[in-house]
Design a protein around this ligand. Structure first.
Ligand code: CO8
Length: 258
């Protein structure tokens, strides 16, 4: 594996697996970790075998937020010139689906990292929150935008203005969490979902993700038009021919990512 300082990065057959690894700081997201996360995801982007990526943390904490010790003494000029928060562009710029497997605390930037993932699996111990307000700051890794889109204004305001945490059940009901999974099988189920996604036509997967992501950016008629063009474009792929032929012939499709 690559010499990462803050992550453990592996490949489980067709799924990339990134484990945040700063246990003493509850996986607080320091500059090195955010940089390495971008590097690891970009490496998986270029790995043809990998079709999806799982990002997980530890049992007690997925990630307890941005590293407060690292930020404590910074000035506006420091964070502005360092573009603090900007390094996340590399994470969200990656096109392969990301699955967050969340156990324990997902706070501040940790919650925002989950929001940057396409699927969020949570164990019953998961706790999501945006406690930035308690530190005299506001979310800076997209929380005011992505959380609001995920759970709506009423709940986003509640979480962001009071700093309270929500448990896995509330987060699932609110639309932040895709599935609640028993703690013992959390990682396996995330890897299984990743393998499932990786088994489908790569073009169809990337197009589907791109189209869903467009929903957060544009109006309905523009979004539907984008979807229709992408849908039609799928008929230029061999995988569409194969997928439909396999259905008609009552056999499993053998997608070739063409
Ligand atoms: N940063 C740095 N260190 C942390 C962090 C953190 N976010 N969270 C925990 N740690 C450290 C603790 O300091 C402690 O270290 P030590 O043992 O050396 O004292 C160790 O991890 C264990 O933590 P606790 O002893 O506090 O464990 P508890 O079980 O008592 O409590 C909590 C767990 C409730 C999760 C508690 O640690 C906590 O409240 N953590 C901070 C949560 C928080 O406020 N997160 C938001 C951070 S701000 C943020 O994410 C903003 C993102 C956008 C910034 C963009 C800027 C442009």
């Amino acid at each position: 594996t690559a010499p990462y300082e803050t992550l453990v990065v592996e490949t489980r057959e067709t799924v990339g697996l990134i484990t945040l690894n700063r246990p003493k700081a509850l996986n607080a997201l320091n500059a090195a970790l955010i940089r390495e996360l971008g590097e690891a995801l970009e490496a998986f982007e270029f790995d043809e075998v990998v079709g999806a990526v799982v990002i997980t943390g530890a049992e007690k904490a997925f990630a307890a937020g941005a590293d407060i010790r690292e930020m404590a003494d910074k000035s506006f000029a420091d964070v502005y010139l360092a573009d603090l928060g900007g390094a996340w562009r590399r994470v969200v710029g990656c096109r392969k689906p990301r699955i967050a497997a969340v156990s324990g605390y997902a706070l501040g930037g940790g919650s925002e990292l989950a929001q940057m993932c396409d699927l969020v699996f949570a164990s019953p111990t998961a706790k999501f929150g945006q406690p930035e307000i308690t530190l005299g700051i506001i979310p800076g890794f997209g929380g005011t935008q992505r959380l609001t889109r995920a759970v709506g204004k009423a709940k986003a305001m509640d979480l962001i203005l009071t700093g309270r945490m929500m448990d896995a059940e509330e987060a699932e009901r609110a639309g932040l969490v895709s599935r609640i999974v028993p703690a013992e099988t959390l990682l396996d189920e995330a890897l299984e979902a990743g393998a499932k996604i990786a088994s489908f036509s790569r073009a169809a997967v990337l197009a589907a993700k791109e189209a869903v992501d467009v929903a957060a950016e544009v109006g309905l008629s523009e979004g539907v038009r984008f979807e229709r063009r992408m849908f039609q474009a799928m008929f230029a792929t061999d995988d569409q021919t194969e997928g439909m032929a396999a259905f008609v012939e009552k056999r499993k499709p053998a997608f070739k990512n063409r």
